[in-house]
Design a protein around this ligand. Structure first.
Ligand SMILES: Cc1ncc(COP(=O)(O)O)c(C=O)c1O
Length: 393
């Protein structure tokens, strides 16, 4: 009775099962996968959500791409990042995931392809499959810094390729797309009528000073149809408020055609609530205090991770320029899944690299969001495991 868009096997994986059992036994756990900012001990101003009660929200007057004042507020937020975007080129969405779905409907027919970075964001599997889009991987290589393997990316292009997805900074590698890389990508995509979709949800969070300002931004391009995705989920630590956006870059004519069609798709769903649109300007402004706390936390945890790993010669932290994650390369003494289960039994939860499609083993992905003390405790539990393993205990 059900569509093949949904995986046939919905059984939980071994890690999920083990985690459920551990939680049922109420055993203590340091969760180094926590990426929900509302559960990571940040101080949210108590009045932060007060603008959602604006009485103007009692009236429904939908505008498919979003209320003008909210689109202006998003444009002003881009300006804070040093990026100029006209409010008319912005469409509001309920989340970044919603933005992806709208763009797949705009660009792709069933069976069309999009290129996705590897390693990359695990949700792409579901996001694409639910919209009947097929993914093909392009590789990110690490050698001092992460960079796109352009030869392989070009080989992955077929006549059905509709878009290249870029995540900048990427989850989990933390790499921003360099300005030169974006130039090269634009030169590949524009003549082939392939769009660029750049997920910039972590753009405010740098781990290497200056990395964000050196990154390429698609909204400023006039040579290739491109879409930047952003949202309050990460930029103000408010995933529950459900406000995201798409900013359209590219030649005027093409961008106008895209926006006209996007308007029709948005009009069909009208997924963004009126109260959140009315509150957008204030949420963006006052969300800065949460963003500041998150930015300080991830830098502090990333440094602590580097310092701790420096004392364990068998492990290393891969270079990361931004975002909320750290990648640890560890000895391949057992399959990643067994390793993660063993760490769980030791009271620490991490994600295995294969969740993110690392082409080989062994990598552990940790969130940099947890409060400093439990983060340090979790990291030392992980590293102790390798000291013990290395000494054969
Ligand atoms: C790369 C990336 N994009 C988007 C999101 C989710 O954003 P939203 O909550 O706006 O759908 C995440 C969440 O972890 C992410 O890692």
């Amino acid at each position: 009775m059900f569509s093949a868009r949904i995986p046939a096997n919905l059984a939980p994986n071994r890690l999920t099962e083990a985690l459920r059992a551990l939680r049922a036994r109420r055993e203590p756990l340091v969760d180094l996968t926590e990426s929900n900012p509302t559960r990571a001990g940040f101080e949210y101003p108590p009045e932060l959500l007060a603008p959602l009660a604006d009485a103007r929200g009692l009236r429904y007057a939908p505008s498919p791409l979003g209320a003008t004042e909210a689109r202006r507020a998003v444009a002003a937020d881009y300006e804070r990042q040093g990026v100029k975007v006209a409010p008319e080129r912005i469409a509001l969405t309920a989340s970044t995931s919603d933005g992806y779905s709208l763009l797949f409907k705009l660009l792709a027919d069933a069976g069309d392809e999009v290129l996705v970075p590897r390693p990359g964001y695990p949700l792409f599997d579901h996001l694409t499959r639910l919209d009947l889009v097929v993914t093909r991987d392009y590789d990110l290589d690490v050698d001092g810094r992460w960079s796109i393997d352009f030869a392989q990316l070009e080989r992955a292009i077929t006549p059905r390729t509709r878009a290249v997805l870029v995540v900048s900074p990427n989850n989990p590698t933390g790499s921003f797309i360099a300005a030169g890389e974006l130039d090269r990508l634009a030169a590949i995509c524009a003549p082939r009528d392939i769009a660029i979709i750049a997920d910039e949800v972590f753009a405010d969070y740098e781990l290497e000073p200056g990395a964000a300002s050196r990154a390429g931004r698609v909204t400023t391009r006039r040579d290739v149809l491109s879409f930047a995705l952003g949202g309050l989920s990460k930029s103000a630590g408010l995933p529950q408020v459900k406000l995201g956006w798409i900013a359209v870059g590219g030649p005027d004519r093409l961008a106008a055609d895209a926006l006209e069609r996007l308007e029709l798709v948005c009009d069909t769903y009208l997924a963004v609530s009126t109260p959140v649109q009315l509150a957008a300007a204030e949420l963006l402004e006052h969300g800065a205090s949460v963003r500041g706390q998150i930015a300080a936390r991830i830098v502090s945890n990333y440094r602590a991770l580097q310092a701790a790993v420096a004392g364990t010669p068998s492990c290393r932290v891969l270079p990361s320029e931004g975002g909320w994650y750290g990648v640890l390369q560890v000895p391949s003494l057992e399959p990643e899944e067994d390793l993660v289960l063993r760490l769980l039994a030791d009271g620490v939860l991490t994600h295995p690299g294969y969740f993110f499609d690392f082409p080989r083993e062994s990598f552990l992905i940790v969130s940099l969001l947890p409060p400093e003390a439990p983060f340090a405790d979790g990291v030392s539990r992980v590293l102790r495991h390798f000291d013990r393993t290395a000494s054969g205990a």
